[in-house]
Design a protein around this ligand. Structure first.
Ligand code: GDP
Ligand code: MN
Length: 440
């Protein structure tokens, strides 16, 4: 999931002391779990590298020629079509770190490989397609490679880094660059943040020429390459704004031996909240790459993020959900998810939320924490009973209700034959659910 997005925001915060508190705070949940990146990942649509490069090409941003392949034969044909001696076969998954990542059943096979013949293109494609690729960003489960991108090799002189994100503190997009390109930008950000050069730009005015020139100086881009860098950077900044991106990252951005600046990798994420303006982008979505439970929750209008703990949480309101997760952590537990059913959820939505929670085999106990404002406690109580009827509870259920129609809600639960541990207040709820999970 949104690993790089998170890291980008995190390191932006790190060296510029920006206010991305929510994201940073969620680091609590993401130290082990890349899924803990909900602020960005849940609000972001990812696409594949080859799709991002297609968008780049259409915007006039320099990328090598390449063709996508789903079979070894297609990969061989793509190699021939490129017509050069060297090509690169790249696994297409929604995660970075492919160059260093390996195929789970064949640790010698990396996710990005240079090839020098059609036969080699075919055999590398064969070694990648249908296999699980594990990278630093996929977690141990890896991701299945369904497509490879066969791209013309290029004569790299230097590998740089370039990324654009929105700086929440200034409310402006920021272009970040570094000479330390390649695969280890997070480390650079952490250990030597002074080696990352930034320029904020106004969305309507775009990146200015002087800004590019200043960056080029710091990056030691000289001569004809300055014009090439200017072309790429200004067009990418424009694309970022026009397509409502949340991230646009090129790592590596290369300077070729002939001095051209081009994008060798491409990572583009879009802000979900703006996707209604870009129907054409929705077609690029690859649901196979997304967490099935999250896709399902999205369809039901629930904000759900899968985590790696064993306590399922059903909460209304993002703030309360975060506090609930904090309290669970404080009492020694680990949340299995973030779930905000929202203020106006109906019984059916809440029942679906239970189905999703109880469908996670890691869940050893569930905490329902509702503060009824718009949400009525009776809706939750009825949904609990409905879920019990439909899915059954195989784990202990702790319920804390407060707010609108709380007495009626409690009565519904008390009069039912569902086995429920009731809690008074947040601390009591957290203690009880952690105890229940530990006893399981
Ligand atoms: P990532 O590891 O998932 O970020 O995948 P990248 O697209 O960044 O590829 C990893 C590395 O492969 C890059 O940093 C480059 O060093 C190398 N690479 C990718 N494309 C080419 C290419 O066309 N020519 C050469 N020589 N190396 C390439
Ligand atoms: Mn890369």
């Amino acid at each position: 999931m949104g690993c790089v997005s998170f890291r980008l925001l995190y390191f932006l915060a790190f060296f510029a002391h920006l206010a991305v508190q929510k994201t940073v705070r969620l680091a609590l949940y993401s130290t082990k779990s890349p899924a803990g990146l909900f602020i960005t990942s849940a609000n972001t649509m990812k696409i594949h590298e080859y799709q991002a490069k297609e968008l780049f090409r259409n915007a006039g941003i320099a990328v090598p020629e390449g063709h996508v392949a789903t079979t070894p034969e297609e990969a061989a044909a793509a190699y021939k079509q490129l017509g050069g001696e060297i090509a690169v076969v790249k696994a297409q998954i929604h995660a970075g770190g492919r160059g260093k990542g390996t195929i789970k059943t064949n640790r010698d096979q990396r996710g990005v490989q240079l090839v020098r013949s059609a036969e080699e293109a075919s055999s590398v494609a064969e070694a990648l397609l249908g296999k699980e690729l594990e990278t630093i960003q996929t977690g141990p489960a890896g991701k299945k490679v369904k497509q490879v991108f066969v791209e013309a090799g290029c004569d790299i002189d230097r590998e740089l880094y370039l990324g654009i994100v929105v700086d929440r503190a200034s409310g402006l997009p920021v272009l970040m660059t570094s000479e330390e390109g390649g695969v280890n930008i997070e480390e650079v950000a952490e250990k030597t943040p002074e080696l990352i050069f930034k320029e904020a730009f106004h969305p309507d005015q775009g990146l200015q020429k002087e800004q590019v020139e200043s960056l080029c100086k710091k990056l030691n881009i000289t001569g004809d390459s300055v014009a090439s860098a200017n072309d790429l950077m200004t067009k990418l900044c424009k694309l970022f704004v026009e397509l409502d991106c949340s991230i646009a990252e090129i790592n590596p951005l290369v300077v070729t031996k002939s001095g051209q600046v081009m994008a060798l990798d491409a990572k583009v994420n879009f802000d979900d909240n703006a996707l209604f303006r870009h129907k054409e982008l929705l077609e690029l979505r690859d649901l196979d790459e997304e967490d099935p439970a999250e896709v399902r929750a999205g369809k039901a209008g629930l904000s759900y993020v899968q985590l790696e703990g064993n306590i399922g949480c059903l909460v209304n309101g993002a703030g309360l959900a975060m506090s609930t997760m904090d309290l669970i952590k404080l009492h020694g537990g680990e949340p299995a998810n973030f779930l905000d059913v929202g203020g106006g959820a109906q019984t059916e939505q809440v029942t679906e939320a239970f189905r999703i929670l109880l469908g996670d085999k890691n869940v050893k106990a569930v905490l329902v924490n509702i503060f009824g404002g718009i949400m009525q406690c009776t809706t939750i109580a009825n949904a609990v009973l409905e879920a019990y009827k439909q899915v059954g509870f195989n784990v202990p259920l702790v319920v804390r209700l407060e707010g609108t129609e709380v007495e009626e809600g409690r009565k519904i639960l008390a009069e039912s034959d569902v086995d429920i541990i009731t809690a008074e207040g947040l601390t009591d709820a957290a203690e009880k659910v952690v105890a229940a999970a530990n006893a399981a």
